[in-house]
Design a binder for this molecule. Structure first.
Ligand code: A2P
Length: 315
């Protein structure tokens, strides 16, 4: 399995199993199937609401002797309601308990957005804390502390803009190793990728297949399909592979990590096999031409009248 080196000398497996939207009753089996298929990287988050089932699956594969803990790369993410300094380590400890692990390989700040501690899904302006009330700098200091305590081996962020990363880099003791963002041929994020590459920060691509299984409320009526795109399909046809494999392979060719989600054994295997798909310069150029700055996860769900979180990806 291809790995990508991080700025802390660790190496992350380039393809991981995404678990956002993986339903209870399905996600554990998906994790077991993925590990048996050869995945060594599972991407989790507290807010996905499925870490307990993933923990049971991990515990099972360890007991079976399929893999050892140190063979796996496990990422999880701090939810928006635990950004205050005193709340970060307890949130991470809860995730570790749910996942039945002693440490994570990577812990990310999920969004540069803070909620009040008792709010899980913010629906009113008063559910939020402003960044003055819960500064990212303080959240990051607690992330650094968590790492120094051995609760995670690496720390990073998710959904951070160049501007937010600059502010963080100016003030941190430990540099983030990762920024996990939406990334696919419709949203190539070249400026962000170049900025991060220059500073030794790797990008992980979420929604690499367009996240067609998002809740209806997060979808627009006229969404473009990545899997049905004629250019993607044409390259897939030429290579004798699936459109999903082209989309996944594209990230490996850009030296990014990618975390396609599936709960079906056949697709879990196909997605991993994307590492064998070779894209040439013309293929990469054709895919680069698809960029139109299109976001499936557009962040507007954080924009409520009276709060301070408009244009979360540009601020
Ligand atoms: P399923 O879980 O039923 O296999 P993303 O990773 O962008 O969030 O996309 C996840 C969506 O893509 C899910 O609906 C998932 O369905 C589907 N998917 C995953 N792998 C493939 C594949 N190889 N071909 C087509 N659809 C896929």
């Amino acid at each position: 399995m291809k790995t990508i080196s991080l700025n802390n000398d660790l190496a992350i497996p380039a393809i991981g199993l995404g678990t956002w939207k993986s339903a209870p009753g399905e996600v554990g089996k998906a994790v077991e199937t993925a590990i048996a298929a050869g995945y060594r990287h599972i991407d989790c988050a507290a807010i996905y609401g499925n870490e307990k089932e993933i923990g049971a699956a991990l515990s099972k594969v360890f007991k079976q002797g399929l893999v050892k803990r140190e063979d796996l790369w496990i990422t999880s993410k701090l939810w928006n309601n635990a950004h205050r300094k005193a709340d970060v380590i307890p949130a991470l400890e809860q995730t570790l308990k749910d996942l039945q692990l002693e440490y994570l390989d990577l812990y990310l700040i999920h969004w540069p957005v803070a909620f009040k501690p008792d709010v899980v899904n913010a629906s009113r302006a008063e559910d939020f804390l402003s960044l003055e009330q819960a500064p990212i700098q303080e959240t990051w200091e607690a992330m650094e502390e968590a790492m120094e305590k051995g609760l995670c081996k690496s720390i990073g962020v998710s959904n951070f803009s160049v501007k937010k990363l600059k502010e963080l880099l100016e003030n941190c003791r430990v540099k983030p190793v990762m920024n996990q963002v939406e990334l696919h041929p419709y949203l190539a994020q070249k400026e962000l990728l170049d900025f991060c590459t220059d500073r030794g920060i790797v990008l992980t691509a979420y929604s690499p297949l367009g996240s067609g299984d998002r809740p209806e409320g997060m979808k627009k009526n006229d969404e473009p399909s990545l899997l049905e795109n004629p250019v993607v399909k044409d390259i897939a046809h030429k290579k004798g592979c699936s459109p999903a494999q082209v989309l996944i392979s594209w990230h490996l060719h850009r030296n990014c990590v990618v975390i396609p989600k599936s709960t079906h054994a056949g697709r879990i295997q196909d997605n991993l096999n994307s590492q064998d798909i070779d894209l040439n310069k013309d293929d990469m150029k054709a895919l680069a031409n698809l960029n139109k700055g299109y976001r499936y996860v557009d962040g507007t769900f954080f924009e409520l009248e009276g709060n301070t979180y408009s244009n979360v990806f540009d601020q």
